[in-house]
Design a protein around this ligand. Sequence first.
Ligand SMILES: [Fe+2]
Ligand SMILES: [Fe+2]
Length: 200
Amino acid sequence: MDVDKLISKLNWFYSLELNQVDFYNAQSKAFKGRYSSVVFERLTYIEQNHADRLGEKIKELGGKPTALGDIISPIIGKIAGELLSMTGLEDTLAVNIIIEQKAMKDYNDLIDRLHQDKYSDQELTKLLQSNFVDEHFHTEWFRTKIIAMKQYEFTAKHFSARTEMDPANQIIEDFLDNRTRSNPKRAKMIKPRPIKTVKW
Ligand SMILES: [Fe+2]
Ligand SMILES: [Fe+2]
C-alpha cells in the first residue's frame, strides 16, 4: 500500500474517532445522572485519544489530519444526531455496538493488510492494535449493559413479587436460576458476534 493510500485510510479512522467523540459526548449529556453517562464521558476521552494519536501518525507520514464530516450516519443508516433524541439507552447502546464493530472490523482489515505487505512501522501496527482492543472493551461493556437491562425488564415483568429486591441481586439470582432452567428466548437476546482477528 502506498503512503497516500495509507494516509487516506488513517484519515478515515481519524474522522470516525472524532465522530465517536461527538456522539459519546452527546450521549453523556443525554443520560446525565446515570452511571452510563459517566461511562460515555470516559469513552469520549478515550476516543479523543485515539483520534489524537492517529492525527500524529498522519502528520508523521507527511499528511494532514482531515475530518471528513459525518461518517457515522451511513454506518447506522440514520442521522446520528437525530437518533439520540428519539431513542432510549438500550437502542443507543445497540447503535454504539454497530459503530464499534465497524471500527473493529476496519482496524482488523488494515492490520491484516499491513501484515501482508510486511509493513515495517511496528509503532503504527501497535497503535491500530491498541485501538482495536479498546473498541473491543467498549463493545463488551455495551453488550453487558444491554443484557443487564433486558434481564431486569424480564424479572420485573415475570417476577413482580420480588421487585423490592435489589436489581443486581435479581439479575444474579436469575442467572443462577437459568443454569438449571434454560430459557431459549433469553439466550437469543444478545448473540455474541465475534470478529475473527487475523494474524497480527
Ligand atoms: Fe476509538
Ligand atoms: Fe470505542
